[in-house]
Design a protein around this ligand. Structure first.
Ligand code: NAP
Ligand code: ZN
Ligand code: ZN
Length: 346
């Protein structure tokens, strides 16, 4: 066991504070990672505040991890000391069920193991990336291409894959009109990636406050959803809408913005259920779908795609002591566009 410094919430809703945690010995197929940067995802906040239900405390959040390999176990073949690597939302799965075989480890039928707020197959709680080091199985570690700096790469491990996977699956491409709801951590990566895939991209944000940023990030159009006229003007416009909103939304209104046969794919994970009049789906043969992160191989593919297209996250690097303040700003939709903790400050 190695003792490492970390930032943890001691109890639900409590502010995060500096502490120490134990990391397991580097096993046969493990990689010891010296964490350099850890992104702050809104999911960290939902979990620290038990918005999704009972959680495990103390909690060290963080599933957007970028760092450098410090040591590897004797059976490791894919990585060596000095390699630039990342870890996302998963650190283990059964590796043999139908979904694991298909590269969908996030949907492992035996249950995938989350990077934090989870219990591993060894019975031990997992602790995430707001820490100086982590030990992870090589099969759940991905390579960060040389073209991506570690700080702007960190958010790709969740925000990047969570938007890349559905955009690819649902056909964002030249000739397609794609809208992204919410210009936060996920949303800004959704805009960049959909643009790089060749789609015509529209941002649907609560206000026009971030319009200049949205257009700079690759959007062709930008509308405020607080303006009722937006829904009239854009009715029947889009092939695909990706919702990244962290709060319950009136999906019925947004389904009205789809073309016949279009799809609204939701990746937001609000704490409350929504009500939906199903006539908004029936009329126009529309699809309402969901998507959860992506598998390990697809995460590598996304990182390679982002490196090839020069896509990193837009970040604000903070010291670990600023994490509680950063949470408040994320909750106030005042993030531009991902907070990233410099783990040297822990
Ligand atoms: P974020 O940075 O806070 O972005 C969410 C954005 O949604 C905000 O910036 C805001 O954009 C918009 N928004 C917030 N409250 C709203 C409201 N009441 N009405 C309308 N729009 C609102 O959060 P994030 O890190 O991108 O995460 C977004 C959600 O996805 C969270 O629920 C998170 O847990 C979830 N998530 C899911 C997955 C998955 O695998 N499916 C993975 C990661 C995260 P504007 O200011 O532009 O309106
Ligand atoms: Zn996340
Ligand atoms: Zn499995």
């Amino acid at each position: 066991m190695t003792t490492v410094a970390a930032y943890a919430a001691p109890a639900a809703k409590a502010p995060l504070e500096r502490t120490t945690i134990e990391r397991r010995e580097v096993g046969e197929h493990d990689v010891l990672i010296d964490i350099k940067f850890a992104g702050i995802c809104h999911s960290d906040i939902h979990q620290v505040r038990e918005g999704w239900g009972e959680a495990i405390f103390p909690m060290v959040p963080g599933h957007e991890i970028a760092g450098v390999v410090e040591a590897v176990g004797p059976g490791v073949t894919k990585f060596k000391a000095g390699d630039r690597v990342g870890v996302g939302c998963l650190v283990d799965s059964c590796r043999e069920c139908e979904n694991c075989e298909a590269g969908l480890e996030q949907h492992c039928l035996k249950g995938s193991v989350g990077t934090y707020n989870a219990v591993g197959y060894d019975g031990e709680p997992t602790y995430g990336g707001y820490a100086q080091k982590v030990v992870v199985a090589e099969d759940f570690t991905v390579r960060i291409p040389d073209g991506l700096a570690l700080d702007v790469a960190a958010p790709l491990l969740c925000a990047g894959i969570t938007t890349y996977s559905p955009l690819k699956h649902w056909g964002a491409a030249p000739g397609k009109k794609v809208a992204v709801i919410g210009l936060g951590g996920l949303g800004h990566m959704g805009v960049k990636i959909a643009h790089a895939m060749g789609a015509e991209v529209t941002v649907l944000s609560q206000s026009l406050r971030k319009k200049d940023d949205g257009l700079r990030l690759g959007a062709d159009h930008y509308y405020a959803t607080s303006d009722e006229k937006t829904f009239q003007h854009l009715a029947g416009s889009f092939d695909l809408i990706l919702s990244t909103v962290s709060a319950p939304l009136d999906f019925g209104s947004y389904l009205g913005l789809l073309k016949t046969g279009g799809a609204l794919v939701n990746v937001g994970a609000p704490e409350e259920p929504i009500a939906l009049n199903l006539f908004s789906l029936i009329g126009g043969n529309k699809t309402l779908a969901g998507s959860m992160i992506g598998g390990i191989q697809e995460t590598q593919e996304m990182l390679d795609f982002c490196a090839e297209h020069g896509l990193g996250a837009e970040i604000e690097v903070i010291a670990a002591s600023e994490v509680n303040e950063a949470y408040e700003r994320v909750l106030a939709s005042d993030v531009r566009y991902r907070f990233v903790i410099d783990t040297a400050t822990i």
